[in-house]
Ligand binder design. Structure first.
Ligand code: COA
Length: 260
């Protein structure tokens, strides 16, 4: 039996495409799906054949329409904290993954769906995608890191507005806000993500992972980002890929990186 009941996993040219597969519920994240996302991202960490990953949603309507409201409605103050912390832990794993992870946002990205997209290293949206944090409509607030990551991505005033009005924004507005990197026709969404990831994974993998670490350090109040950058720069300079990259440049050939 497959490890996954709510996800489809497909490895294409070193890129693991992880599809949230509950289209009849607009790919809402129930607890089992969160558990499966954790297992899938662990696979990205562990499997050397996986060079990068894409999260997307099944069907044409939704990326992910939020946490599963039928489960949320059962939460009490006793289990709600661990519910939020479990989701936060999984989304932090995505954010901290040292292999590149892109959200291919193919429709509604609401609540936990917007939070999942924001945990990825970048977001590419189809023209019909819609983003929002509508939790206040339910008497809730975002609980999977949304209050933090939305503010980091689009700034305090706009984040306050989106979270307090529960308004949705379309793909082009999301791009203007800085929530989305590119907007493309639906048919070009996965090819565009593949194109970007193919380019990234052709670079030195250690350097790519250290870029991710250093950018994340900006948002870690316990870390001195400049120190992290200097340490990471030094780490690169002791790598085989640095020798290969600089030699290849001087010898006017393409580098062959090993990730070491
Ligand atoms: N949790 C559980 N089920 C959800 C869901 C969610 N977050 N979002 C959608 N669904 C389910 C609906 O209940 C419906 O199931 P049903 O066919 O068994 O009744 C199915 O998905 C289709 O949704 P529906 O509401 O009929 O689609 P729509 O096109 O009319 O509206 C949305 C789309 C996204 C605007 C609407 O589904 C919605 O507002 N969803 C909730 C968004 C939200 O508040 N997310 C944050 C949760 S914390």
């Amino acid at each position: 039996m497959s490890l996954y009941e709510n996800l489809l996993l497909n490895l294409e040219n070193g890129i693991l495409v992880i599809t949230i597969n509950r289209a009849d519920k607009l790919n809402a994240l129930n607890i089992d799906t969160i558990r499966e996302i954790k297992a899938a991202i662990q696979q990205v960490y562990d499997d050397p054949a996986v060079k990068g990953a894409i999260f997307t949603g099944a069907g044409e309507k939704a990326f992910v329409a939020g946490a599963d409201i039928s489960e949320i409605s059962e939460l009490s103050d006793v289990n709600a904290r661990s519910f939020a912390e479990r989701g936060q832990e999984v989304f932090s794993m995505i954010e901290r993954c040292t292999k590149p992870v892109i959200a291919a946002v193919n429709g509604f990205a609401l609540g936990g769906g917007c939070e999942l997209a924001m945990a990825c290293h970048m977001r590419i949206a189809s023209e019909g995608a819609r983003f929002g944090q509508p939790e206040v409509n339910l008497g809730l607030i975002p609980g999977y890191g949304g209050t933090q990551r939305l503010t980091q991505l689009i700034g305090k005033g706009k984040a306050m507005e989106l979270m307090m009005t529960a308004d949705m924004v379309g793909a082009n507005e999301a791009k203007e806000l800085g929530l989305v990197n590119h907007v493309v026709p639906a048919i070009e969404l996965l090819p565009k993500c593949m194109e970007i990831l193919t380019k990234i994974v052709s670079k030195a993998p250690l350097a790519i992972g250290l870029v991710i670490d250093c950018v994340n350090a900006v948002y870690d109040k316990d870390e001195d980002g400049y120190q992290t950058e200097a340490n990471s720069f030094a780490r690169c300079c002791s790598s085989e890929d640095f020798v290969e990259g600089t030699n290849a440049f001087l010898e006017k050939r393409k580098p062959v990186f090993k990730g070491a």
